[in-house]
Design a protein around this ligand. Structure first.
Ligand code: G6P
Length: 607
């Protein structure tokens, strides 16, 4: 999804902007551009395609002099990914240049109005309306023009603005799209994502909806939408530069798969205290929990599948009904949510537009919201009543891995905490489950170490079409395994609840059809085994996934991937890892762009 950077200081802006844009590449984009200002005015350079082309065109920034500028990576929504549609966009008089993340919903009406006012449009973007509005409302007071423009916009936006009349001031404004200000020494920055700032500074200010910022080399001023000056708190980023780099791995995705034991440990360890679970700075009392009639989990993509998996743990340990809803569906449905509903909103980025909308919908119905979020200070973290951070560290690869397993870890922790509070998990069972949960990071490491044969299996099983099957928790793993395969290797993968096969899908099983059977739920293993036998009888080639020592599986499947023993209720966090690796090696074999798969974005901040 689109990315924004801005710099003002004494050094050359363009190389800093290009570097910042590279840090944002992982978000997914299809064109890029920068605008830099010096005594001769504002100069814009933009290209469709990769940032490398922009570096070439600008001689790594040397061809664009000036020490103040803005940059953008665009992920096309309104208009094709062409040079002209790329940002920054210039006003007709060349006085303003802007970059924009988000979508202006009333842009068609604004465009018509501006055309009848005589403004000439170059691009098909919704963004261009903003820069013409700035020109229209400008009468010598830039802040006033920004405020008047913002008041006309409906939708979401984070804007970076240059004005030729303010040669040492960058302007920024946000509404429903993230923007973070970075505080340097004699220089200042902004970016849509903290990863573009950490190389320069750890001191940041999170801009809130409706706020406007003015940055010079030596000052940052923030105003509310009426122009009142605000005192904003400075936050300290704890992520290191190295954490956002590849560290010797060929791809971020592989690095992040390997980081899962440490990430899950970081999520669990601080919350486990001598046989007790503590939920950060909030507590859910027994009385509060007794008033909860159901739990709704809402999310998108893999976070939704984490929710599907978490549902089994919560229902089993808490005996509270759980409904898992896609955020994009919930936001426009008639959610059966009220003040007795506890809503878990799961999001790695904390910025997914549909998930934010679903949160707001549930809030409007009176529900209590708990966010399960990775990115500190993100919108969902701020909107939720309480937030449980997953503490996975920066996740750069578009396809989530450690983001997913840390979400599972938090869901397991939550289920055990609530189950114990409500007296639905007995002390002995609680102690055993807690011991097992503490071992999860270690078991994850063993899972990675045991599965050195996956590159070879990926070679044998990657085919144009794959089926992933499983029951209960294994079904949730099958859903995520198939999504991983589709996302990064572009192979068609279907996931099915194993018991559903005979209701249609089995018609697609022919000689040589690869079927990946997740079989880690011991209570249901025999049932899934029957499904394995059924597909094998029709010629399928079966790769099964089971706990180490499962002899029955060895006798039926063509190949088996083993994972170490753990309580079944937590098995999804281990079982998903070999499937992440399978997808990774299938994609690598095909030569796919693993960290930046086509058409996908890391953080989907538009609907
Ligand atoms: C995008 C990403 C997925 C992710 C989903 C939800 O589609 O490509 O990997 O699962 O968004 O993102 P979130 O940040 O809300 O977890």
């Amino acid at each position: 999804m689109c990315g924004i950077v801005g710099f003002v200081g004494k050094q050359s802006a363009a190389p800093i902007l290009l570097k910042g844009l590279k840090q944002l590449e992982y978000r997914g984009y299809d064109s890029a551009g920068i605008a830099v200002m010096d005594a001769d005015g504002i100069r814009v350079e933009k290209v469709s395609g990769r940032i490398a082309r922009l570096c070439e065109k600008t001689e790594n920034g040397a061809a664009v002099p000036g020490s103040i500028g803005i940059g953008h990576t665009r992920w096309a929504t309104h208009g094709a990914p062409t040079d002209v549609n790329a940002h920054p966009h210039l006003s007709n008089d060349g006085r303003f240049a802007i970059v924009h993340n988000g979508i202006i919903e009333n842009y068609l009406a604004l465009r018509e109005e501006l055309i009848s006012d005589g403004y000439v449009f170059q691009s098909e973007t919704d963004t261009e309306t903003i820069v013409h509005l700035l020109e229209k409302y400008y009468d010598g007071d830039i802040k006033a023009a920004v405020m008047k423009t913002a008041a006309r916009l409906e939708g979401s936006y984070a804007l970076g603005i240059l004005c030729a009349d303010a040669p040492d001031t960058l302007y920024a404004v946000r509404e429903a799209s993230p923007l973070i200000l970075g505080i340097g020494v004699g220089e200042n920055y902004f970016a849509s994502d903290v990863t573009a700032l950490v190389a320069h500074t750890k001191n940041v200010i999170y801009l809130e909806d409706g706020e406007i910022a003015a940055l010079t080399p030596g000052s940052i001023e923030v105003y509310d939408c009426t122009g009142q000056r605000l005192q904003k708190p400075i936050s300290r980023v704890t992520w290191s530069v190295e954490a956002a780099e590849k560290g010797g791995y060929e791809h971020f995705m592989l690095k992040e798969i390997m980081e899962q034991p440490a990430a899950v440990k970081a999520a669990l360890a601080p919350r486990l205290h001598e046989g007790e679970i503590r939920l950060d700075d909030f507590e859910l009392s027994e009385e509060t929990l007794r008033s909860v009639s159901k739990i709704v989990i809402t999310a998108c993509g893999s976070a939704y599948y984490a929710g599907c998996s978490g549902r089994y743990a919560i229902e089993k340990l808490c005996h509270i009904p759980v409904q898992v809803e896609l955020a994009s569906e919930l936001r426009y449905g008639e959610p059966m949510v009220d003040e007795h509903t506890l809503v878990l909103v799961i999001s790695q980025s904390g910025e997914t537009a549909d998930t934010i909308a679903a949160l707001k919908e549930c809030r409007a119905h009176g529900a209590t919201i708990i966010g399960i979020v990775n990115v500190v200070g993100s919108t969902i973290a701020k909107l939720a009543d309480h937030t449980l951070y997953t503490w996975a560290g920066p996740e750069i690869a578009v396809a989530t891995t450690k983001g997913f397993t840390t979400q599972l870890a938090i869901l397991y922790l939550f289920a055990l905490y609530v189950g114990k509070k409500l007296g639905r998990v007995e002390q002995a069972q609680y102690a055993a489950l807690l011991r097992s949960l503490k071992l999860l990071p270690k078991r994850l490491q063993e899972t990675i170490d045991m599965n050195y044969q996956i590159p070879a299996l990926a070679g044998r099983y990657a085919s144009q079409s794959l089926f992933f099957i499983g029951r209960n928790t294994d079904y949730a793993v099958a859903l995520e395994g198939a999504l991983k395969m589709k996302e990064i290797s572009y192979l068609h993968a279907e996931s099915y609840a194993a018991g559903e096969l005979k209701h249609g899908t089995i018609a697609l099983i022919d000689e040589g059809q690869p079927v990946i059977a997740v079989c880690c739920n011991e209570a249901l293993c025999d049932k899934t085994l029957s499904n394995i036998v059924e597909v094998k009888a029709r010629g399928a080639k079966v790769l099964a996934l089971a706990f180490r020592g499962n002899k029955k599986i060895v006798s039926q499947a063509d190949d088996v991937i083993f994972i170490p023993q753990i309580e079944t209720v937590f098995s999804a966090a281990l079982a998903v890892v070999p499937l992440q690796l399978l997808a990774y090696y299938a994609a690598r074999e095909k030569g796919c762009d693993i960290d930046k798969p086509k058409n996908l974005a890391k953080s989907v901040t538009v609907e």
